[in-house]
Design a binder for this molecule. Sequence first.
Ligand code: DHB
Length: 394
Amino acid sequence: MTSSTTRTQVGIVGGGPAGLMLSHLLALDGIDSVVIESRTRAEIEQTVRAGILERGSVRLLVDSGVSDRVLREGHEHEGIDLRFAGSSHRIDFQDLVGRSVWLYPQTDVFTDLADARSRDGADIRFSWTATKVDGVETDRPTIEATAPDGSAHRIECDVVVGSDGSRSVCRQQIPEGRRTDYFREYPFAWFGILAEAPPSAPELIYAHSDRGFALISQRTATMQRMYFQCDPTEDPGQWSDDQIWSELQSRVTGPDGLELVEGRITDRSVLRFRSFVTEPLRHGRLLLAGDAAHTVPPTGAKGLNLALADVRVLAESLQRFLLKDDHEALDAYSEQALDRVWGAQHYSYWMTTMLHTLPGSTPFDHRRQIAELTTLVGSSAGSTLLADGYTGWA
Ligand code: DHB
């Protein structure tokens, strides 16, 4: 029994940053949408995610009128430290490419978007589950959804967008013979922590060491985010705080005496590493965006930035399709977005393989990585390539 039918122009499955930003951008063009999200707002806000925004992501948030909180509460970072063989080498983004990034957690981006959508009276349905997407090969696709009280509802749309994350239900609507999935698994993971401590360094440190990779990131004056490379089967519950700190310290130690400021560890988890892309991003009236279409390994923090870049292109294509009847626009989205997706895939893969230790790697492999890093920091061409990608390709 369907209790209600809603008619909208764009039905969006998934209310993370990609889905909410798309709904916001469409509203600016007078296009209405309904967003279905299975989690509660609080659940999304409590999940610890990455913390670096490219300049383009910051501009999108501010210029589209979501919020300027990122400029007030975020921190501009004009460079990073690459650390190897026990020494740090600064990559100066401003000098090299004239751009910065902003330290501003993804959960704050989500909060800003959810507040903006609620402020503008949008139809965002948290705790609703999309059970079925139908008719994507017709001009009237539908989403079947269950409300928190268990009642069944139908949303009739002109277009359905799947921004429902890496385990996307929408993606399954594209028949296997009509899509190509590209996939790569890595034989390591990140052990991520949040710790009550002041920052250990002014900027982020990406550290290559003979014990594996470590990333020293930040959150606030009193809370820090750090990661170290571990086995994908590692159980974070088995580690004492002391063991974690000792592992992190061992990966940044060097003749310059760098030492991390330690503190109570308040959150810990193991993050899997994957590269995934599905092509094309369109099947009939169904379009995919964000993690539903692609996943990158976390080194370089491209995931959220890529999702926002997708929906910026997608909003424009939907505007052309829905308001100007331009039927080429939906294919154009797939082609245009995939260019950036593959650029970011390559970038994340490159940063990952340059800095991590592969199981079974030999002293030759380790020494060659140091030579690669030495070449990179000693060459303005090499450093510029890194800075250009990190800050998000002009
Ligand atoms: C963070 C995560 C990343 O993957 C990265 O490359 C930089 C920062 C973070 O969570 O702060």
